[in-house]
Design a protein. Structure first.
Length: 293
């Protein structure tokens, strides 16, 4: 397991920085010669499937804004939004040189996805679906937001396995020397993000959904997600190496592209949380006559 590998490698290299190669990780999960499956692809599949499973748990509660059939349809819409939005935003904001060879835009297996773009893609897809089905699009987003941390968690772990998106140079005891980061110990910022954007954010949303009446205040859960992700991502960017393509620019020396794209999320999250109570809805129970909220 990853944890055991980390411990063993740390013990073996106690007198020197931990080297990524010592972990024995391989970006390829399965190689049959004619077919190669990467952990990056599995991360997306796992996030979508587990998120769908959890969504079914959420909509099984009284007062859900959609039925099972809507959730089934939404998987297609959301997946399409993730792929199109995430890839296009990455190419536009992070690596526009890919346009020189347009076919490379379709090579998702090579990596290169923007969470912010994926979020915009999913949001657009869900709004279109909600309008088509006559559903409350904001309440649907509340439920979907609770499921997103699964994808973030697995995605960041995949970044770590790929040895990409590492952090800045550091002398902390858990620093790692990544193959593509030079012979310099660096922050494993991918793991920081997996813990904050995946585990911590999930627990915040879990508490809000199951232990409060937040799901009856449209926009509150998605607001918590936007604010939580925005703050966590903005903070981790301080120990994450800036994108190489921006070297020598303001986006490299002062503020990262990831932080700029995160600011609207923080502002939007604060607004949705602050105004959620005025949108509070009275939802009748699915059985009996008592109201849920």
């Amino acid at each position: 397991m990853l944890t055991q590998s980390l411990i063993s490698a740390a013990v073996a290299t106690a007198s020197s920085p931990l080297r990524f190669e010592a972990l024995g990780l391989d970006p390829v999960a399965l190689d049959l010669g004619f077919f190669t499956l990467k952990w990056y692809s599995l991360a997306y599949l796992s996030g979508i499937l587990i998120g769908y499973w959890y969504l079914l748990k959420l909509i099984a509660q009284p007062g859900a804004p959609m039925a099972r059939r809507h959730a089934d349809d939404m998987i297609f819409y959301a997946t399409l939004g993730i792929i199109l939005g995430g890839r296009l935003a990455y190419v536009i904001f992070y690596d526009p040189e890919i346009w020189a060879n347009p076919i490379d835009v379709l090579k998702l297996w090579n990596g290169g996805m923007s969470f912010h773009g994926g979020m915009i893609g999913v949001t657009t897809a869900l709004i279109l679906m909600a309008r088509k089905e006559g559903l409350n699009w904001l309440r649907i987003h509340d439920y979907v937001a609770c499921c997103v941390p699964f994808g973030l968690f697995f995605g960041r772990l995949a970044n770590f396995v790929n040895g990409e998106l590492w952090g800045k140079a550091t002398d902390v005891p858990w620093a790692i020397v990544f193959p593509t980061g030079g012979d310099i110990p660096r922050h494993p910022s991918q793991l920081y993000e997996a813990a904050l954007e995946g585990v911590v954010l999930f627990l915040i949303l879990w508490f809000a959904f199951w232990k409060t009446k937040a799901r009856y205040e449209p926009g509150k859960l998605v607001g918590l997600f936007l604010l939580g992700y925005g703050v966590f991502r903005f903070g981790v960017e301080y120990v994450r190496e800036a994108d190489a393509q921006f070297e020598g620019t303001f986006l490299y020396t002062h503020i990262h592209m990831g932080q700029i794209l995160t600011l609207p999320m923080i502002v939007g999250g604060v607004y949705l949380i602050a105004t959620a109570k005025r949108r509070r809805v009275r939802v009748e129970a699915t059985a009996g006559t008592a109201s849920v909220a």
